[in-house]
Design a protein around this ligand. Structure first.
Ligand SMILES: Cc1ncc(COP(=O)(O)O)c(C=O)c1O
Length: 472
């Protein structure tokens, strides 16, 4: 039945994720689910809906229930029905203002394999609380006044030492500006909410063909034109950098999300390119500490601190809830970034900064990262061995580092797999969701985060994943 639905969903061109949640009759639930699919754009104007009989079979409803729900939505103007061409989404579907849509019922996630989430249960509560107590006790009075937009000196000193030791970053505290995470750093550099709105960099930005859509939207909102740079197993193809680009945004330690480290020749080529063009490399080091196969790949920034802006945060290493990150800047950009940030610190709590500084200084950060690296490596190994025995036709890549893996699927099976996953309550992403709209597709796949489930729930999450994968 699931496969029939997958075919059907493919025919209407979407993974509909119809979920008949919420109270009331099955007919009312189907109406709500279809309205939500139209208003969220999963069903587009003109798209054809499945015939009554097959939708009924797939959702376990009677044919009459589906027919009656379609009729209701035709009457409301969401759908149109014409003899011979079936039922379609109306060309100008009713906007939510004309016919308010009941908020879609929240999808129940039984197994969270979404990327981008560290193991929330492993947050080092006791050590963090102890660091906060020590930091507060020792804090000078000026810590409780308006904050310096550079960030607390204690944190910048701790970061300069830590990043130099662990990531090979060459800096001193004066070139570090604290922010509330990578997304905030992008806003400060390119404009938009989170600073004065101006930004400090101009011109076309090359980005990896696969990356986080949220970051692309954030750049688009700041009117930054992004051009995609294809990626392969050696990372971004630096040799294809478009001539008009002024800067390039890279994830050199672990290409996000496909997973390869940027090859050493390409790291050098990126820096050479920036030197020759007067350009800049923006290095997103989002999970550089979680490398499993060998010593961490050092930061590209170490090759040329004047041509590389190094960006990091604690979102993967500790928790995205902390909202602390850092920019390690070429000397000539520090004042410009501070100018954009404003006269006072408005984003990153000085008290959290002091706590993080103490957490790093006391060795707790290293200890936590070491512990989590072991745990995540164990998770990754389990994923790989379960797939090898139960889905050997699905290859796994991008596993030398990080908190997620990419599962390569047979061509044409990504959308239907996501439909089955959604119905089984397995939260995960399709690879195509990460593709830049102007980039060529590089095949079907899934991005599977293995850090989020709690230890006891992980086995069940892997079982659920295997159950929704395409059969060979
Ligand atoms: C590619 C990538 N860059 C950066 C980050 C960090 O973002 P932030 O510091 O804004 O939470 C993430 C998410 O953790 C990410 O997936």
């Amino acid at each position: 039945m699931a496969d029939r639905w997958a075919e059907q969903a493919g025919r209407v061109g979407a993974d509909l994720h119809l979920e008949l949640d919420g109270g009331g009759s099955r007919r009312a639930a189907l109406i709500r689910a279809l309205r939500a699919a139209v208003s969220e754009g999963r069903l587009r104007p003109g798209q054809r809906l499945p015939p009554y009989r097959s939708l009924a079979a797939d959702l376990g409803l009677t044919r009459n229930t589906v027919a009656s729900a379609y009729a209701e939505l035709v009457a409301e103007g969401w759908l149109t029905a014409r003899q011979g061409s079936g039922t379609r989404v109306a060309a100008r579907s009713v906007s939510p203002v004309q016919a308010p849509v009941a908020p879609p019922a929240r999808r129940t996630v039984a197994h969270d394999l979404g990327q981008g989430k560290p193991d929330a249960g492993s947050f080092p509560r006791t050590a963090w609380a102890a660091a906060a107590r020590r930091a507060l006790t020792a804090a000078p009075n000026d810590a409780f006044g308006p904050g310096d937009p550079h960030g607390r000196p204690e944190l910048r000193a701790a970061l300069a030492e830590y990043l130099g030791r662990v990531r090979g970053v060459r800096t001193d505290p004066a070139r570090i500006v604290v922010c509330s995470g990578f997304a905030h750093a992008l806003r400060l550099l390119f404009g938009g909410a989170g600073g004065s709105g101006r930004g400090v960099l101009r011109g076309k930005l090359a980005v990896e063909a696969y990356g986080l859509g949220f970051h692309r939207s954030l750049l688009a909102a700041a009117s930054v034109r992004t051009v995609p740079l294809e990626v392969d197993e050696q990372g971004a193809r630096i040799e294809e950098l478009p001539s008009g680009a002024r800067a390039v945004l890279l994830t050199p330690a672990h290409q996000f999300p496909t997973g390869g480290p940027l090859a050493s020749g390409r790291r050098a080529a990126a820096v050479e390119w920036a030197r020759a063009r007067g350009g800049l490399v923006l290095e997103d080091d989002y999970d550089g500490e979680f490398r499993y196969d060998r010593e961490p790949v050092g930061a590209v920034q170490g090759l040329d601190p004047e041509r590389v802006i190094y960006l990091g945060s604690v979102s993967k290493s500790l928790s995205p809830a902390v909202r602390l990150g850092w920019m390690v800047l070429p000397g000539h950009l520090v004042d410009a970034v501070i100018g954009v940030k404003g006269e006072r610190e408005a984003w990153a709590s000085a008290l959290d900064q002091l706590t993080l500084a103490e957490f790093i200084r006391s060795g707790q950060y290293d200890r936590h990262v070491r512990r989590m690296r072991q745990r995540y490596r164990g998770r990754r190994d389990r994923l790989v061995s379960v797939l090898a025995s139960r889905a050997p036709h699905v290859s796994v890549s991008g596993i030398a580092a990080g908190l997620h893996a990419v599962l390569r699927l047979p061509p044409g099976t990504e959308a239907s797999t996501l439909v089955r996953a959604a119905r089984a309550g397995v939260a995960l992403d399709g690879l195509s969701a990460f593709r830049h709209p102007d980039a060529a597709a590089s095949g079907d796949g899934l991005v599977v985060g293995y850090a989020a489930p709690s230890e006891h729930a992980y086995g069940a999450a892997l079982d659920a994943l295997c159950a929704v994968l395409p059969k060979r």
